[in-house]
Design a protein. Structure first.
Length: 67
C-alpha cells in the first residue's frame, strides 16, 4: 500500500530526526532544498556503489543492531 504524501513526509522526518537529531535533520533538508541536486543520479552513482543486494542488507542489519 502506498502512503499518501503527508504520511510519507512525517515518517521521513521522523526517520531523519531519529538518525541525525533535530538540528542535523533540519540542516539536511535545508541543504537538499538549497542545492541543485539530482538525488536519483547521486544515489545511482554513489550510494552502495559496487555492492550487492546481500551486502547492502548485511550493512543495514549491522547498523540496525548497533542502534
Amino acid at each position: 500500500m502506498m502512503r499518501n504524501d503527508i504520511v510519507l513526509r512525517c515518517e521521513a522526518m521522523d526517520a531523519l530526526i531519529a538518525a541525525l537529531g533535530e538540528v542535523d535533520a533540519e540542516r539536511f533538508i535545508s541543504i537538499v532544498n538549497r542545492d541543485i541536486f539530482d538525488y536519483t543520479e547521486w544515489r545511482r552513482d554513489n550510494l552502495c556503489k559496487g555492492m550487492t543486494l546481500d551486502e547492502i542488507y548485511e550493512d543495514a542489519a549491522a547498523y540496525e543492531a548497533k542502534a
